[in-house]
Design a protein around this ligand. Structure first.
Ligand code: AMP
Length: 398
């Protein structure tokens, strides 16, 4: 079955066409600057170079038509016609409490996604625009919604409730939802498979460390806690997001700098994290490592603070599950940043585990990086959210 995976943002649309029988990525691409001047479409069929085209993309429907055009192009295309797209899988950021698994999209599902949109006002409306555009151009193709929040819906109330008046949960559903769920689920399952164990017998901590970062505790195959909250701002220090902080800081800085709440949230979402901590060096861990190597003390402090916070979260999830069998690193930093992994794991020797420097000298490979005989196994498992979305879509559309 050929599944078109769509990840639609307000001004961008990322896609992959995946044959779910062979798990081959037939083609992938990105439409950028939708609705803004200077639109660009990047398309890459399997085994060939990227083709970049400057093209005005006034709306998402135009973007989807470009995608279909590229995929079916007689020269660079990978399918002959639209009829070879059997299903479309859409990444939807927020499923609220309504969705604990992926679903076939119908009018009722569209309405339900719309209803939880005020929990993710930047993402859900854009995701829905992608669905509508695809429906317009592919009315007979079945579509599936795969939610970032769904995997975390198994958390118990003690993990998802905040210590604020309960009425805000009852009235407005203020609670922890968690994000990156597709990645956490995929990586937890791969961890168990890779170790030849049944996930139902395991306690796994997944560290999804990318530009956005989150950790989850997965006990017997179910998520029992995760670090992102009602929004993706909570939890770890990220590329540009602050992660956890004393909420009273908002009023204090807003007063000093004469900023509104929404301006403060921009500071916390866009100007904080390792970018802010490093005093503006970069949100990118490669730049930070380079600057630290050249003696930039604030870049070193940013990297140290980042690793320390990740290690503290790991410790809290060992407590939440009363133990851990495997700790897995994934996403850009988790898969590629050897020194960040080493530094984080230097806090974990109390668990009876240590990183093997030689085994840790890898990037983007499925592998064990802890020393032989460690009580807790530490792994690297590259995430593949698109493949996971394609698989889930195929299951629901057979
Ligand atoms: P993601 O959001 O998962 O794409 O991750 C982006 C982050 O991964 C950026 O901060 C990059 O610096 C980091 N990253 C990607 N490749 C490498 C690498 N080879 N070494 C160190 N960090 C990397």
């Amino acid at each position: 079955m050929n599944v078109l995976v769509i990840n639609c943002g307000s001004s961008s649309l990322k896609y992959q066409l995946i044959n779910t029988d062979t798990e081959e990525v037939l083609a992938k691409g990105l439409c950028e600057r939708i609705g803004i001047d200077g639109g660009m479409h990047t398309y890459q069929p399997k085994g060939a170079d990227k083709i970049k085209t400057n093209v005005d993309i006034p709306d998402h429907t135009k973007a989807v038509s470009l995608v279909i055009g590229a995929l079916t192009d007689p020269e660079g295309g990978v399918i002959k016609s639209l009829s070879e797209i059997d299903a479309v899988g859409h990444r939807i950021v927020h499923g609220g409490e309504k969705f604990s698994k992926s679903v076939r999209i119908d009018d009722e599902v569209m309405k339900a996604i719309e209803e939880v949109s005020d929990l993710a006002p930047l993402h859900n409306p854009a995701n829905l625009t992608g669905v509508r555009s695809c429906k317009e151009l592919m009315p007979d193709v079945p579509m599936v919604a795969v939610f970032d929040t769904a995997f975390h819906q198994t958390m118990p109330p003690k993990a998802y409730l905040y210590g604020i008046p309960y009425e805000y949960y009852k009235k407005y559903k203020v609670r922890r939802y968690g994000f990156h769920g597709t990645s956490h689920e995929y990586v937890a399952n791969r961890t168990a498979q890779f170790l030849g164990k049944d996930i139902k017998d395991m306690k796994i901590i997944v560290c999804h460390l990318g530009n956005g970062a989150s950790i989850s505790a997965v006990k017997n195959g179910k998520c029992v806690d995760t670090s992102m909250g009602m929004t993706p701002l909570e939890g770890l220090i990220m590329g540009t997001r602050s992660g956890d902080l004393d909420p009273a800081i908002l009023e204090y800085i807003a007063g000093k700098e004469n900023l509104s709440i929404s301006e403060m949230l921009t500071v916390l979402n866009k100007k904080s994290g390792v970018l802010g901590l490093s005093d503006g060096v970069s949100s990118d861990f490669r730049d930070l490592a380079e600057a630290a190597g050249l003696g930039n003390a604030q870049a070193t402090t940013a990297l140290e603070t980042y690793a320390y916070h990740v290690a503290k979260y790991i410790g809290s999830y060992v407590a939440a599950m009363n133990g851990v069998d495997a700790i897995t690193f994934t996403a850009g930093v988790g898969e590629n940043n050897i020194s960040a992994r080493e530094e984080i794991c230097s806090y974990l020797t109390y668990l009876g585990t240590q990183v093997d420097p030689e085994k840790n000298n890898v990037r983007g490979e499925e592998t064990i990086i802890s020393k032989d005989g460690s009580k807790v196994t530490i792994l690297v498992i590259p995430t593949d959210e698109e493949m996971s979305i394609a698989r889930q879509t195929a299951v629901l559309c057979r």
